[in-house]
Design a protein around this ligand. Structure first.
Ligand SMILES: O=C(O)c1cc(=O)[nH]c(=O)n1[C@@H]1O[C@H](COP(=O)(O)O)[C@@H](O)[C@H]1O
Length: 237
């Protein structure tokens, strides 16, 4: 697997449609973060060119959350492997055959240099009530564990979950799976549309490998200083 990251650390989410803005953020946060994330907003505006450009600063976590039939997802993985991301996401709810096809496509495209395949379990914006509206009873923690088992058995290298499920996933699956965790809110920062949240220090203490942090960094007056402050807090924790 390509550039298996040292852990734990910060992944800065470059959520903007403007490549110039994303590059400026990437340059400012690069000394303080392990990876930068290209998500749907930037990718839909700028495509793979954005991955190539921000990869000049840090390795790229390409977060497109694939969820389609196995053949289509395999093709999408082959397409994005052209930009050699370090990690990519798909939805665990796409099922075992889709995840197996994605991993095979990544291996066939890049071999040992392939991206880590991360399965998104239950989005951090979901509460138990919101999840129940989609037909999933029992709450997020139970569903995260169910989807995590499915994804890891199908060949995912890691999981995306909220801070609130990290310790349960470590208890169930041990140290090996990469746990990549959004829904991070330093004390006093705006919660926005996130629901299942915790502070950076709490999330690392629970056993996370990577903290995905967007607006607490990018909405700050000085994104580089905001990333530096969060990174310093993790060293002390
Ligand atoms: O896959 C993700 O990265 C992801 C999964 C999830 O469940 N929740 C979640 O917020 N994310 C991403 O993590 C980032 C969080 O950004 P902020 O809420 O601004 O810190 C966004 O880019 C989301 O797309």
């Amino acid at each position: 697997m390509r550039r298996k990251p040292n852990r734990p650390g910060i992944i800065a989410a470059l959520d903007t449609p403007r490549l110039a803005q994303a590059e400026s953020w990437a340059g400012a946060v690069a000394p303080h973060v392990g990876l930068v994330k290209v998500g749907l907003e930037l990718f839909c505006a700028e495509g793979l060119a954005a991955v190539h450009r921000v990869a000049r600063h840090r390795p790229v976590f390409l977060d497109l959350k694939f969820h389609d039939i196995p053949n289509t997802v395999a093709g999408a993985v082959r397409s994005v492997c052209a930009a050699k991301p370090a990690m990519l996401t798909l939805h665990a709810g796409g099922g075992a055959a889709m995840i197996e096809a994605a991993r095979r496509a990544a291996e066939e495209s890049l071999g040992e240099e392939r991206p880590a395949i991360l399965a998104v379990t239950v989005l951090t914006s979901f509460t138990a009530a919101g999840l129940a509206e989609t037909g999933v009873a029992g709450g997020p923690a139970q569903q995260v564990l169910r989807l995590a088992r499915l994804a890891l058995e199908a060949g995912a290298d890691g999981l995306v979950c909220s801070p609130q499920e990290v310790s349960r996933l470590r208890d169930a699956f041990g140290d090996a799976p990469l746990l990549v965790v959004p829904g991070i809110r330093p004390a006093g920062s705006a919660v926005g549309d996130q629901a299942r949240i915790a502070t950076p220090e709490e999330t690392i203490a629970a056993g996370a490998d990577w903290l995905v942090i967007g607006r607490p960094i990018t909405a700050a007056a000085d994104p580089g200083a905001a990333a530096a402050a969060i990174a310093a807090g993790l060293v002390e924790a």
